[in-house]
Design a protein around this ligand. Sequence first.
Ligand code: SF4
Length: 409
Amino acid sequence: MMDLFYQSGYDVVHCDDEADVYVVNSCTVTSSGDKKARQALRRFKRANPDAVVALTGCFPQAFPDVDKQIPEADVITGSYNRAGIVSAVRRALETGERVIEITPHKKGESFEKMAVKKFSERTRAFVKIEDGCDRYCTYCIIPKARGPVRSKQMAELREELRDLAANGYKEVVLVGINLSSYGRDLENTRLIDAVRLACSVDGIERVRLGSLEPELLTGEDIQTLASLPKFCPQFHLSLQSGCDATLKRMNRHYDSAEYLRIVQDIRTAFDNPSITTDIMVGFPGETEEEFAQSLAFAERVGLAKAHVFPYSVREGTAAARMPQLGGEVKQQRAAEMARLTDRTRRAFLETQLGRTEEVLFETEQDGYYHGYTKNYTPVLVKSEEALCGQIKCVKIESIVEEKCLGKLL
Ligand code: SF4
């Protein structure tokens, strides 16, 4: 969207600067996302009452009657036809009238073309190749907010990757809402084909994947990925819970044994992979015993990192109608799970000590260059030589505040 505004002649400024137009791109995965979007809209309108303030993204798409609750929003559009934000804003600027355009998603809709050639980061580009989800996990509003599975055509992806390589990007991350379902609406195309394609583009030296639904990653896929030298072995396998009964109530499509088997397959196929995840605690009906099982499982997997969050009620989902746990219990469990995954993170970082890894450097501060290894371990190196945008071999020597410290070889 920023790119589209640029192309239409707008200057894009920081949100704390004064602007004629403010666009709040909302996330509705949790209720706190909705709250933050509301607060941002109000803050911008208060700071600049004459500006056009626009709300877009998943929040209005999932809850279209939001227009009545947020009179501050002069423009409201959803996640369908995201490119339409520019013309909606223009109309509001020209007419001074409120513009509300929330089109429901529909079966058979195609992937919206929105290629990005430049990102604010100069080394790593996020390439969205899939949108939508129809798995209907009982807690999740995303199928409503994002519509059916649809995929970027391979020819379009090839062109976008070549442009990114020409603009100097060395690493791409293929992302989607339900990335594992990539290609389901295309002929004879799967996620593995998109990875192969990305690895074949000259100039792109590293290829990563965004979050994956674990059971859609087959043993064969893992072997193929391991045969691609540019592929980065960082697997974000969405877990949500380590308790089988909870997983069932969540309508997840795997159990803990299957998850563990996939993790073991990855660890056998790759030399130094990392397994990261999302874990939800306090799901409706989660007993102390179920939570204890989830904790024990998270420990057993040996997670390199986890995003832990308390369950958040989303109106319109099946879980919203289940008996709920209190807020305090959810917060306590989130804190306990976070403490455990902090420990497993530390243990993972310790396994990196003494290793020699290739690091792609991204930023510099006070003479220290910061980058990531292929398995996404953050590494700091002191160097006189400018390293940003370069891949260098580093010996990892110590751990400082969640990062590894190393020296250039
Ligand atoms: S697979 Fe992910 S996006 Fe789809 S319904 Fe489940 S949690 Fe939501």
